[in-house]
Design a protein around this ligand. Structure first.
Ligand code: TRP
Length: 445
């Protein structure tokens, strides 16, 4: 059976940007920045994106394009008889962990969308937005309906190949989301007391750098947001043919993704401080802050509808890239149909989603790792262990398993001066950086 193909570089870029831009930029970026002291985190995050994330993104895509196979198959093909393919198993595992909780959070976003469509969030509910949200997520069954709906949509898109449709929809809705965010940022900055939020985000508290956990938080967020370290970008790269040039495309994806995160920060933090919301509220942060903003601005009810619709589409174009990783792998290995494989993988992820969702209700006391609830624990394992290790393996593969000539050729960097800088980063700087951050988070250094 011949493998599918993107047809054009633009098709690949739209899909990869769709993968990168999602809940990670708005929901995850905000609460992780809020938990980790704001400014100091932002600096480290930007450094991680530029010096490790984007060079790794290029490496990851180039492995897939060179091998033209899935996340396990690519390593088996390029390095037969070696254990490099184990990298792929990490990726497949991460996909289950990540989509397990991603679908729950996306379900919350669908619920919010419906609240704005029906107008029931136009005025603050009796319990306040925070209270209403807490009540909603602690319900055992209701949130699962929305999780199931989101998972069903994701499966449908991956099965039916309307991925192309979602990408062209994103051509309209991603810019729309960007415009709404920029407008919201202006409103947010103009609220009384907003300056404190800007200070929180842009003027780092230097003492925060002595806290080891913010380094891994920044690295994990960079990986999560750029969709790297798991093989999603590798798999997308495998549907790309050789004539399309990679460096410019991956730089564009990285810049776009980071732009969304920074603008989200400009929306959330001024409002957080203006309205006295706790920046360290954790995963609920944006779900409390956004409705508070919408309540204050003209036409907020309509902005809410459009915003959450665009956010759901952004989340869908990310979730399909996650589901694609195990789907591509199991399809090839067991020779199953795309339809059967997708439904099976999606269903397993939904079961994980049930566990995550109950972690906010009847299982609220369950804390598998440290003080973390089920969602935070799964996110911790995926973002702070599996993605960095997967990314480290991929970057070592390109920097050390490939010859320099192969690495430059795989990334369309042959004969380029920038290519030499990239190669230095991939061979020395980034792997050492990832290892140091991981050791540091384990308390070893
Ligand atoms: N980057 C996406 C977001 O920010 C989420 C995502 C898609 C992802 N594919 C991934 C995260 C692969 C890690 C690995 O919402």
């Amino acid at each position: 059976m011949s493998r599918e193909n993107w047809g054009s570089r633009l098709g690949f870029m739209l899909a990869a940007m769709g993968s990168a831009v999602g809940l990670g930029n708005i929901w995850r970026f905000s609460f992780v920045a809020g938990n980790n002291g704001g400014g100091a985190f932002l600096i480290l995050y930007l450094l991680c994106v530029l010096l490790i994330g984007i060079p790794l993104l290029l490496s990851e895509v180039s492995i897939g394009r060179k091998a033209q196979s899935d996340v396990v198959g690519s390593f088996k093909k390029l390095a037969p008889g070696t254990p490099w393919f184990l990298t792929g198993f990490f990726g497949v595992l991460s996909a289950f962990l990540i989509l397990g909780f991603y679908s729950v959070v996306a379900g919350w976003a669908i619920y919010y969308f419906i609240q704005y469509v029906t107008g029931s969030f136009a005025a603050q509910p009796e319990a306040g937005y925070g209270g209403a949200f807490g009540e909603f997520i602690s319900n055992s069954w209701y949130p699962l309906f929305w999780t199931a709906l989101f998972m069903g949509l994701t499966i449908f898109i991956v099965v039916s190949g309307v991925k192309k449709g979602i990408e062209s929809a994103n051509k309209i809705f991603m810019p729309l989301l960007a415009i709404i965010l920029i407008v919201l940022a202006f409103y947010s900055i103009s609220f009384d007391g907003a300056a404190e939020g800007l200070r929180f985000l842009f003027s780092p508290d230097w003492s925060a750098f002595s806290d080891p956990s913010i380094y891994i938080a920044a690295l994990g967020q960079a990986f999560f947001s750029l969709s790297i370290g798991m093989g999603a970008m590798l798999t997308y790269g495998s549907y790309l043919s050789k004539e399309h040039k990679l460096p410019g495309a991956t730089l564009g994806i990285g810049i776009m993704d980071t732009f969304f995160a920074v603008v989200s920060g400009l929306v959330i933090f001024p409002a957080v401080f203006a309205f006295g919301i706790d920046p360290a509220s954790g995963p609920p942060l944006v779900f409390i802050t956004l409705p508070t903003i919408f309540e204050q601005i003209p036409l907020g009810g309509i902005v809410g509808v459009v915003f959450f619709f665009a956010l759901i589409l952004a989340a869908l174009s990310s979730s399909v890239s996650i589901l694609e990783v195990p789907t591509a792998y199991f399809m090839r290995v067991f020779n199953w149909s795309r339809r059967f494989t997708t439904i099976l993988m999606g269903s397993i992820m939904f079961v994980l989603g049930i566990v995550v969702s109950l972690g906010f209700g009847i299982w609220a006391g369950v804390t598998p790792i440290g003080e973390r609830n089920i969602l935070d624990s799964m996110d911790y394992v995926a973002s702070y262990i599996f993605l960095p290790l997967g990314g480290l393996a991929m970057i070592l593969f390109v920097g050390w398993y490939f010859t320099k000539q192969q690495a430059l050729e795989a990334t369309d960097f042959t004969g380029s001066a920038v290519g030499n800088v990239w190669y230095f980063i991939v061979r020395y700087f980034a792997p050492i950086g990832i290892i140091l951050v991981c050791l540091n988070s384990l308390g070893i250094i």
